[in-house]
Design a protein around this ligand. Structure first.
Ligand SMILES: *[C@@H]1O[C@H](CO)[C@@H](O)[C@H](O)[C@H]1NC(C)=O
Ligand SMILES: *[C@@H]1O[C@H](CO)[C@@H](O)[C@H](O)[C@H]1NC(C)=O
Ligand SMILES: *[C@@H]1O[C@H](CO)[C@@H](O)[C@H](O)[C@H]1NC(C)=O
Length: 364
């Protein structure tokens, strides 16, 4: 009898340790090998700060006020979305391209090429001065690729690339800092909203396919978020408090409605690759509409900016003190608190990414 109990006890112990071993294996399992980020100011970790000839850099106080790393050029009071996604995946902070260029082993866990003000179109954002359009971000990735190929054998490199996460979030500036600025850019007088969206999607498709042809296989592609909700737009267009401006939102939805079938087609044309689409528009609207539930008291004003609702976050502007209660840090970018919530929903909520979440993609 006693022997029998002992036997069962041992069997249970064995099972438990096997389960423990599996659980450990699952968490210790290397997920993605690296994270490569292409984007605009929502993802820029400071690539623009090395340019003297640009107006879009956030390397001054109070940017980064809530961050242990200070004002790095991130457009927030602290961490940005990709910082949190990287953290959930177990990566250290992914360095900016400008910071790592030609530094060998520093690029092994990924590089961030994003540039504030930049878009899919070459010309987008040029009124700010020097920004890095998507095409140039891609060229910069090729420089990284050269460095990688000096550090790995061919087969190792192709396995590495196939397991790297590509995070792409582009297009907002092609509207904000191009199409809806007819005083500066000719696109509105040249293209209908539909034609403009087609133009962007065609270019975007080419760039994504090029990354795929270089050996990358796991893509996260974000829709353009509702730009009509940012204080920069709601204030200048006198949108009623708490509401978003529908004209700009409708414009980006034309782009988004074309992005969805594109991602669907990319998946069916490239069976060995995964492209997951983030419904950034709905995601942001849900957080905006349910601001209270997410702990935000202010959804239409900027924490840093003249008089709250209006103005850019200029050097030495004293920001609000209840920063975690604001969705917007400055007139166009979320607070660290909002970035954290958005990152969580993007990471593992099946309502906002399809066909898979980032968490699921990591295990594929
Ligand atoms: C930017 O300006 C600084 C200070 O004036 C100068 O030292 C630096 O060489 C400039 N950088 C570039 C890329 O022009
Ligand atoms: C994922 O989802 C759960 C809720 O199901 C949440 O508690 C968790 O913190 C989320 N985020 C991460 C990064 O795992
Ligand atoms: C995922 O998002 C949906 C839609 O906002 C929400 O209803 C649901 O509670 C979320 N699930 C988790 C596990 O957070």
């Amino acid at each position: 009898m006693r022997a029998k109990i002992m036997e069962t006890f041992l069997a249970v112990l064995l099972l438990m340790s096997a389960a423990g071993y599996i659980a450990l294996e699952a968490t210790a399992e290397p997920q993605f090998t690296a994270m490569y980020v292409f984007g605009d100011s929502l993802s820029d970790p400071g690539n623009n700060i090395y340019f003297n000839d640009t107006l879009t850099k956030a390397n001054y106080w109070p940017y980064g006020i809530d961050s242990d790393i200070g004002a790095t050029g991130r457009f927030s009071n602290g961490r940005i979305l990709v910082d949190f996604i990287g953290e959930f995946l177990g990566f250290p902070l992914i360095p900016s391209y400008a910071d790592t260029v030609a530094k060998g082993a520093d690029v092994l866990l990924g590089v961030n090429y994003a540039s504030a003000g930049a878009g899919i179109l070459e010309e987008t954002g040029h009124h700010f001065g020097h920004v890095i359009p998507l095409g140039q971000q891609l060229s910069n990735f090729k420089t990284t690729l050269n460095q990688l190929s000096n550090q790995m054998q061919e087969e190792e490199l192709s396995n590495y690339l196939a397991k790297a996460l590509v995070f792409v979030d582009m297009g907002a500036n092609d509207y904000l800092n191009n199409y809806i600025l007819p005083g500066v850019y000719r696109s509105m007088s040249t293209y209908s909203p539909q034609q403009f969206a087609d133009l962007l999607i065609n270019l975007y498709t080419g760039h994504i396919l090029e990354l795929q042809s270089l050996g990358l296989r796991k893509f996260f592609i974000a829709e353009v978020a509702p730009i009509g909700c940012i204080p920069f737009i709601t204030v200048s267009r006198l949108t009623p408090s708490g509401k978003c401006e529908t004209y700009s939102n409708n414009l980006v939805q034309i782009f988004n409605s074309r992005l969805k079938p594109l991602v669907y087609r990319l998946n069916s044309d490239h069976p060995g690759s995964v492209f997951t689409l983030c419904a950034s528009f709905q995601l942001f609207m849900d957080v905006h509409d349910n601001a209270d539930a997410y702990g935000f008291k202010v959804k239409d004003g900027a924490c840093c900016g003249l008089g709250g609702r209006k103005g850019a976050c200029l050097p030495n502007t004293v920001p609000c003190s209840n920063r975690d209660e604001f969705i917007f840090w400055d007139d166009a970018h979320p607070t660290q608190a909002a970035n954290w919530i958005l990152a969580n929903l993007i990471y593992n909520n099946t309502s906002y990414t399809s066909p898979v979440t980032i968490q699921q993609m990591a295990t594929m």
